[in-house]
Design a protein around this ligand. Sequence first.
Ligand SMILES: Nc1nc2c(c(=O)[nH]1)N[C@H]1C(S)=C(S)[C@@H](COP(=O)(O)O)O[C@H]1N2
Ligand SMILES: [Mo]
Length: 448
Amino acid sequence: MSKKTPDSAGHLDTRGIHELYAEDPVQADRKLWGREVDPESRRGFLKRSSLFAMASALGVGSIPFGDKMPGGLIPAALANTTEPFALEGKDGLTVLNDRPINAETPAHLLDDAVTPGSRMFVRNNGLPPEMASIDPATWTLEIAGESCEKPMSFTITELKEKFKHYTYQLQIECGGNGRSEFVPSASGNQWTLGAVACPRFTGVRLRDVLEACGVKSDAVYIGYYGADQHLSRDPNKEAISRGVPIAKAMEDESLIAWAMNDEDIPLLNGHPLRLVCGGWPGSVSGKWLKKIVIRNKVHDGAKMSPPSYAMPKYPVAPGTEVPKSDMEIIGSMPVKSIVTFPKSGITHALGQALEVRGHAWAGDLAVEEVYVSIDFGATWQKAELKAPANRLAWQHWSLQVEFPEKGYYEVWARAVDTEGHSQPMVVPGWNPRGYLNNACHRIAVQVA
Ligand SMILES: Nc1nc2c(c(=O)[nH]1)N[C@H]1C(S)=C(S)[C@@H](COP(=O)(O)O)O[C@H]1N2
Ligand SMILES: [Mo]
């Protein structure tokens, strides 16, 4: 971050928000909320008996559905400030870490139907290649591995000439999106809601390229390698090298892409070539793609083995230590939605309907229904839901919401997938690394 300065040993300050809280809660509040917060409210002072205290802390007259507000809930209104930060080519992202660079997009900046490059989150495990070192004209992609019949190498021009081009809008969400809400906290980037995007990618089908190189009958997985470096700069170590089962790799929508929204892919998002396997944890969509291996076993690259990108096979109590042998690799992501309009914290005039809208997605599945509540989940109204642009694209939903009287409201959104799974209203299954939090997003609206 621009304001950070190295300490005497030359280390940048990349402490997470939890460490900051332990050290200096007032500073941490300023960082998280953009202002000082009453220590009581920080702890979640919101017992029903203190609704009056809460209303005054929020600077509102009343909370019409306060009797339905769950005890201990921290009001969404306290979480609506985000500090913009300048990251080249990005606009308004919140930076969570600068070594490696990790930045998420505030929900209200994800309002576009197709996410522009400037608003696509960045999740780096290592050090990206420098722009000056990338020459798309000489960049090569190698296809190899023990289950590849004819290992080959292609330039980007060859990929473009030899294979048919496809364009799909594909949803990518980091497996750790929402991690910040787990208690006890899980280590890693404290993503809130914005490690998700749905740009339009153009490239060739992974399947077509793999088949041109011959997929042996014993193939079960593919793995990728990118041109980024391990944080240690040790050339023998990979920052990350993950992959997907062969069936996912062979899907129509699994792409080797060179363009995003009809332009070069932004450097931080994988220029000049990346893999895109929508609907799965973003970590399977390798950036700065140099090599793909066809494997006769589950790929064993960096961050492929539990606890990385893995969940306990059974529900565990918060804080439990889970043996690696009891964890399984995450596949399709769960159903989820966000409210992208209005921005949390707005004031709205009583008597006028408010258009509330956002996106919803469901991993490999589609979203069947989206519901909205303005009374802390006591009742739900069905939103209008559009079909996806194509399979694995997010879907847009909207609803005209009317408020019965003045006061503080929260608008909650809840999506249900085509197999009937609903988003939970509270943070679901705690897990050691804080993955798959698909709890309902809620925004604060003051009706005056
Ligand atoms: N080579 C490489 N590919 C990578 C990563 C990385 O650090 N290096 N991060 C992965 C993770 S964890 C995610 S969530 C997505 C994020 O894609 P984005 O940074 O373009 O948003 O890229 C994936 N692909
Ligand atoms: Mo990720």
